[in-house]
Design a protein around this ligand. Structure first.
Ligand code: ADP
Ligand code: MG
Length: 699
């Protein structure tokens, strides 16, 4: 394939700043820029002019349709295509697109989950243009990033609360910066999400109903080799995968997505893609697009991209690392330790604000990444644990200790750290990035939240993170704005905050049992293992009050979200349960029966030929397999029974508890018996491709 010139290719399908500046009149451009940068209200005339240029540009690029592209609470993106055509009097058509069509859309979106926010009889929500995220062309369609709301103004999507949380943080962070004499236009959070995924052969994928229906394997004995040799991590990338990655990069670059780093991950067939960071809102849109394009490009290569958090038992699952920071329009990273003492003090205010926010709102962060799929990672013995804690590294921890205790910081100067006077040592990334077991790690100039599941929208965790940090910054600003001696009071506040929240700081190994014991019993940190445990905390008074106070959610939006998230959890596991029943009854039991028939027939045939044969192998295998089929039958019946009972609970909370306590254990028991039978049966008679084939067949 002839490779294109990357700078030329990059963003070629995006109506970005370059295109706007080149194509819009100076007035229109200025006015739109003001809307993008400063949230200024958009003029109708400006919208009309932008729409006309967007249409011309899109049509030149071969687009025939436009769509308002949005992110309903299903967690995936949605689009409804309309063509540009309008009949002309001469019987032909012209291509039209109005300012109104750009700004507002009315999809008949009655089937999206709304958790009771919108009765079906008033089905229509509306979509509203988000000019802070550029429009782009995908499949000959001009896609306009939009927010999705009900007519009463309630958010029916993930983008609206995300934008609100960014505004909340912007408001409070600017108050703090003012205290340091900095009057900036805005503070925005930036995110670089590292995306993990599996690639498997499509032909094998198609043979497994569990992968087709649920995105993960529900059965499968471990192959002789898994990830124990660590030979896949950063290993040589196989040719088919390289071809996929090259194609993927091109597609992403065209869409203006800064795909930067790619490598093999720990598990066989597992890979990672990391973009360069951008504003949270754009990073969120781009990550949704990245996931979509990954799946499309994989298909072209005869592969399937699995984004599920745990496609295979026994090898690592997939997560997403949310690298997060706050920056001003002047390019100042607020989590970057500065050069001067004064900058260092400012850094410590923001740092301790994040520490306090993560401690005060551990439960919100935990529940923001809770899904049925991610429960297999968090709380299991891999990835970060379900307990939220912060890793700062030894150097920064020593600095905070010194401040807390008024003791000399054992650095170059060996002096008592005085904020506003002393500079901090440089934290090289090397000394801050060693702990891979921490869910929330400081990595030099940003925090890396590692608990996200690979298929999660990053909107959810960033909404909570932004809101929590906004709340603490507000508390800080309330205190410091009236300070008589700013420096002294700031020092006292930082000191106090460190002392009050040091329980959340942990530099050790987060995977050990000792940590779980210490975290929960000594430090009193929460350990919310499953979605059913975590999600109800959304409505805890402290969480609800904070989210409402910062106008991130309304009360009814919160109620509806809890409902939708729990419903999603129950439905997901329910589908898995039904898929297991289906596979066991239609495939596994008949397959084992077939093999038993072979064994029995062989035995009796052999015995009829010679009375000397013992048939030890045939008979012992037959006996164990027969025990197992009885066990499988018993367990599948139990599973069916549980699935039936689940229909009977009257609240979604009660149902979710039953999913956790009854359904998942019933599924696990059934799987165990089937996987044992797999190990005793001939591969030829086994109805589905094995783990070995799925994990090791892409070259
Ligand atoms: P790794 O975690 O694999 O060592 P890096 O730390 O280099 O990789 O980068 C991980 C991600 O963090 C990248 O997407 C990068 O763009 C992003 N990142 C770097 N600086 C920031 C920042 N200030 N805010 C948000 N994300 C950032
Ligand atoms: Mg990382």
């Amino acid at each position: 394939m002839a490779k294109q010139n990357v700078p030329e290719l990059f963003g070629s399908l995006v109506f970005d700043d370059r295109v706007m500046r080149a194509r819009l009149s100076a007035d229109v451009y200025e006015s739109l820029r003001k809307t993008i940068d400063e949230n200024a209200k958009l003029d109708e005339k400006v919208a009309e002019a932008v729409a006309a240029e967007m249409r011309d540009w899109a049509v030149e690029k071969g687009a025939t349709h436009f769509t308002h592209w949005f992110q309903p609470l299903t967690g995936v993106t949605a689009e409804k295509h309309d063509s540009f055509i309008t009949p002309s009097p001469d019987g032909g058509v012209i291509m039209e697109f109005s300012g109104k069509e750009l700004i507002k859309g009315e999809p008949d979106a009655s089937s999206f989950p709304s958790g009771g926010l919108r009765a079906t009889f008033e089905a229509r929500g509306y979509t509203a243009w988000d000019p802070t995220s550029y429009a782009f062309i995908k499949d000959h369609t001009l896609c306009i990033p939009t927010a999705f709301c009900s007519y009463s103004g309630e958010a029916l999507d993930k983008k609206t609360p995300l934008l609100r949380s960014m505004q909340a943080l912007d408001r409070q962070a600017r108050r703090i910066l003012k205290l340091f004499g900095k009057d900036v236009k805005y503070v925005r959070t930036s995110v670089g999400p590292e995306q993990e995924y599996f690639l498997i052969d499509k032909e094998l994928f198609d043979q497994r109903p569990d992968l087709v229906y649920t995105g993960r394997t529900l059965f499968g004995a471990m192959p002789p080799k898994g990830q124990e040799l660590d030979d896949h991590y950063f290993g040589v990338i196989k040719p088919r995968v390289i071809a996929f990655m090259e194609d993927l990069n091109e597609e992403l670059w065209k869409l203006g997505i800064l795909a930067k780093t790619e490598h093999n991950e720990v598990a066989p067939a597992q890979h990672e893609l990391a973009p360069i960071f951008s504003t949270t809102n754009v990073a969120t849109d781009n990550n949704q697009l990245t996931m979509e394009i990954m799946q499309k490009v994989a298909r072209k290569h005869g592969l399937v991209c699995l984004l599920h958090e745990k496609p295979f038992a026994g090898v690592n699952g997939s997560g997403k690392h949310n690298n997060w920071s706050m920056a001003t329009d002047t390019g100042m990273n607020l989590l970057s330790p500065g050069e001067t003492p004064y900058e260092n003090a400012q850094f410590l205010v923001f740092l301790t604000a994040v520490i306090k926010a993560v401690d005060d709102y551990q439960d919100l962060l935990r529940l923001s990444v809770a899904t049925a799929g991610n429960d297999h990672r968090l709380g299991a013995n891999e990835a970060p644990p379900a307990i939220i804690s912060i890793f700062l590294g030894d150097e920064l921890s020593a600095v905070l200790d010194a401040i807390k205790n008024d003791t000399p910081y054992v650095g170059k100067e060996r002096e008592v750290m005085k904020l506003g006077v002393h500079t901090l040592p440089h934290f090289s990334k090397d000394t801050t990035d060693r702990n891979r077991t921490s869910p929330f790690a400081f990595t030099g100039n940003k925090f890396e939240f590692r608990s996200l599941g690979s298929s999660n929208s990053i909107a959810c965790c960033n909404i909570m993170l932004n809101a929590a940090v906004a709340e603490v910054l507000k508390q800080f600003a309330d205190k410091l704005e009236g300070a008589k001696d700013f420096e002294a009071e700031m020092h006292a506040l930082i000191k106090e905050t460190i002392a009050a929240h040091e329980r959340i700081l942990f530099n050790g190994n987060g995977y050990t049992d000792e940590w779980v014991k210490e975290a929960t019993e000594v430090r009193g940190l929460s350990n919310l293992k499953t979605t059913a445990d975590a999600m109800p905390h959304l409505l805890d008074a402290k969480n609800k009050d904070m989210l409402i106070a910062h106008q991130v959610f309304t009360e009814s939006e919160l109620n509806s979200r809890l409902e939708i998230m729990l419903e999603n959890y129950c439905k997901t596991v329910n589908i898995e349960g039904h898929t297991m029943v289906d596979m066991v009854r239609k495939n596994y039991l008949p397959a084992i029966e077939g093999y038993l028939y072979n064994l029995a027939k062989t035995t009796s045939l052999m015995k009829s030929v010679s009375s000397n044969v013992k048939c030890n192998y045939e008979i012992s295998t037959m006996e164990r397999l027969s025990e197992l089929t009885d066990q499988i039958l018993e367990r599948v019946q139990k599973l069916e029974e549980v699935l039936q009972t689940l229909k009977g609970y009257d609240t979604i909370t009660r149902t979710s508890e039953a999913v956790r306590d009854d359904l998942i254990p019933a599924m696990e028991a059934l799987r165990k018996a089937v996987d044992e039978a797999e190990m005793l049966s001939s591969e030829k008679c086994w109805p589905f491709p094995s783990y070995g084939k799925l994990l090791f067949s892409v070259y």
